[in-house]
Design a protein around this ligand. Structure first.
Ligand SMILES: *Cc1c(COP(=O)(O)O)cnc(C)c1O
Length: 390
């Protein structure tokens, strides 16, 4: 759809309109799903010139293009590529900027499998990683080496939810000509403007809030002008592509992401406030709470908070945590998140550069779209089971 006159659209509008051209498709509201590997060329000349818009199913189809365009418009980047998972999007972003002999800086609060990729696979290709305190700010400069190519941020961090000072870290990195990659899965572009705060490359595990219904794996990587060519080349050379039906699910999820996120936020707010006041709880890790150490920066930089947060329980036996989790009625136990349903899992925190101080067990909760009072009743019964087993 064309842009309405009178300036840029607001993000709630963009998620509805971006990547759609109904009158290119007989007026159909949704872009059709193209299943394709082979694209025919009308003449030998056309085949050999390779200037047809669509030449090979792996590289580009109208279905791939529709979601790429939608995400790119929402992010405000120069171009987007799609990946078969969020983890692939993280690893592709790193591979696009670092070469053999280079060094990358990665936040100690990074998503666990991204860490494993750095330690096992990047290391095997001669790229070294240093992990840093997520709260380092401008102090990151002390970790720069002559071969440092990228700083990888994730804010808030996986499991521990520290908010990073992205603009300060980005300005420091740019002064040394180092690229800034941000995993923006928790906030999505609706709640955190990655490029506006200095990212060069923004990653989303679209599996989470973009797809939003726990039924497809998908990742997106968006780059600014400076980094787009290397990103596209690396994506193409690796042979990455995503099946059309999964792309369609991502696109379908995107249309309702703004309203879903508002409800995830409202429910998480209720749950985190209620949990903060419970005697069994030591603290709640959620930057939207005024008591959270990251609250000031969150308030400065973010437009909202999503539904995922951590809870540090007061010290209690493992059996008591098990009694709580095993009897939950509405909170399922599963690792992915971002769907419409509520989830609860133990958080296994793995740090190497810093220590995450905690005495009791940490659990991670995803506030789904159920009624908040029903969720509170389920948590209330769960904490009663915990107390009885302690
Ligand atoms: C889940 C997640 C990923 C990986 O996404 P998948 O689609 O599961 O591979 C990456 N980063 C963050 C922050 C995540 O939460």
């Amino acid at each position: 759809m064309s842009k309405p006159e009178g300036g840029p659209k607001r993000p709630e509008t963009t998620v509805v309109t971006a990547g759609r051209k109904p009158f290119d498709h007989h007026g159909l509201v949704n872009p059709p799903v193209y299943h394709a590997s082979t694209m025919l060329h009308p003449t030998l000349e056309a085949l050999e010139k390779r200037d047809q818009r669509y030449t090979y199913g792996r590289r580009l189809t109208p279905t791939i293009e529709a979601l790429q365009n939608a995400i790119c418009e929402l992010e405000g980047g120069a171009g987007t590529v799609l990946c078969p998972s969020g983890l692939q999007a993280c690893t592709l972003a790193l591979m696009s900027v670092a070469s053999s002999g280079d060094h990358v800086l990665v936040t100690d609060s990074v998503y666990g499998p991204t860490r494993t990729f750095c330690d096992k696979t990047l290391a095997r290709f001669g790229i070294s990683t240093t992990y840093f305190d997520p709260l380092i700010g401008a102090g990151i400069e002390r970790l720069f080496k002559s071969n440092t190519r990228a700083v990888f941020l994730e804010s808030p961090g996986s499991l521990t939810f520290e908010i990073q000072d992205v603009p300060t870290i980005a300005a420091t990195a740019h002064a040394a000509n180092i690229a800034v990659i941000l995993d923006n899965t928790w906030a999505t572009p609706l709640f955190f403007d990655a490029f506006g705060h200095g990212a060069d490359i923004a990653v989303i595990a679209a599996t989470k809030y973009v797809v939003g219904h726990s039924d497809a794996m998908l990742g997106t990587v968006t780059a600014n002008d400076k980094h787009l060519k290397r990103l596209r080349d690396t994506h193409g050379n690796l042979g990455l592509t995503v099946g059309p039906d999964d792309i369609y699910l991502g696109q379908r999820g995107l249309r309702t992401m703004a309203v879903r996120l508002k409800q995830h936020e409202a429910n998480a707010k209720r749950l985190t406030e209620w949990l903060s006041a419970r005697p069994e709880v030591a603290r709640v890790l959620y930057p939207a709470l005024p008591s959270d150490p990251g609250h000031a920066i969150w308030k400065r930089d973010f437009k909202g908070a999503s539904g995922l947060f951590g809870v540090e329980l007061k010290p209690c036996p493992d059996d008591a945590v098990a009694a709580m989790l095993n009897g939950m009625q509405l909170f399922g136990m599963g690792w992915s998140w971002g769907g419409y349903e509520s989830l609860i899992v133990p958080a296994h925190i793995n740090r190497t550069a810093t220590k995450f101080a905690h005495q009791g067990s940490v659990i991670r909760i995803h506030a789904g779209l159920e009624n908040a009072d029903d969720l509170l009743a389920d948590l209330d019964a769960g904490l009663d089971r915990l107390k009885k087993a302690a």
